[in-house]
Design a protein around this ligand. Structure first.
Ligand SMILES: *Cc1c(COP(=O)(O)O)cnc(C)c1O
Length: 230
């Protein structure tokens, strides 16, 4: 095996995760880093991969396949963006974890496809903690019933909950709410916290944090080509 190269950005983020965990009286090993590579150029990703990071998050099925097909051996890939039902089969065949299960129709399609393929990804239910109309996720008042339906009616095993708090609000209350919904549903895995707020999320019990720009730098805007800006 080739020696691992060092990535200062990865080291810095892992140190911040460990520090936040220790300050919260938690074992740093309880908090997993999901490196979010969406809209990042390969030269930014490569050093983090070479330094040993194995868990990556993507928010689009097509983009993820373009980036990772042929090099996903030994990696864990997570879908963290909205999933259309007509992409469910493709997503099931590609991702190890789907974090954005949020409606009965998608649960039904995933359940059918899991039966057909004989292979199930790990699943998280996304909660729209801010009840933002434009955002994916189950609104908190419907969370318990939806989780129960996933487990009962659809026969799906749920690993945990995921949320993306509103941009313009203090994230702590949203993380606390996600933890509370998880607790009362017997779930102990929480995917919450991004570059701007992962330390807060760890304080409120995150077991995985999804970090993009703090690792890879600012994202290219969609549709922006390499010679944009002329
Ligand atoms: C893009 C994205 C992230 C990472 O955001 P950063 O600010 O780059 O850390 C995390 N979670 C989801 C759902 C995302 O879409």
């Amino acid at each position: 095996m080739p020696a691992l190269q060092s990535s200062p950005a990865l080291t810095a983020v892992l140190e911040r995760i460990a520090k936040a965990a220790r300050e919260a009286g938690r074992d740093p090993a309880e908090v997993e880093l999901v490196a979010v590579t969406k809209q990042q150029p390969w030269p930014s990703i490569e050093p983090v991969l070479a330094a040993g990071q194995k868990r990556f998050g993507e928010n689009r099925v097509q983009e993820a396949k373009e980036r990772w097909s042929g090099r996903r051996e030994g990696l864990e890939l997570r879908l963290i963006g909205p999933l259309q039902t007509n992409k469910a089969r493709e997503a099931l065949g590609f991702f190890d974890v789907i974090e954005t299960l949020d409606r009965p129709r998608l649960a039904r399609v995933l359940a059918d496809e899991i039966q057909r393929l004989g292979r199930a990804p790990r699943l998280y239910v996304e909660i729209n903690t801010g009840e933002e109309p434009q955002k994916a996720g189950v609104p908190p008042p419907g969370a318990d019933a939806f989780i129960a339906a996933c487990r009962g009616e659809f026969g799906l095993e749920i690993e945990g909950l995921m949320c993306v708090p509103p941009l313009d609000e203090e994230p702590a209350m949203h993380f606390a709410l996600l933890a509370k919904i998880a607790r009362r549903n017997g779930l102990d895995r929480l995917s919450m916290g991004m570059s701007a707020d992962f330390e807060t999320a760890i304080r409120f019990g995150a077991t995985s944090v999804r970090v993009g720009q703090a690792l890879f730098g600012p994202r290219a805007r969609r549709g922006e080509s390499s010679n944009a800006g002329r």
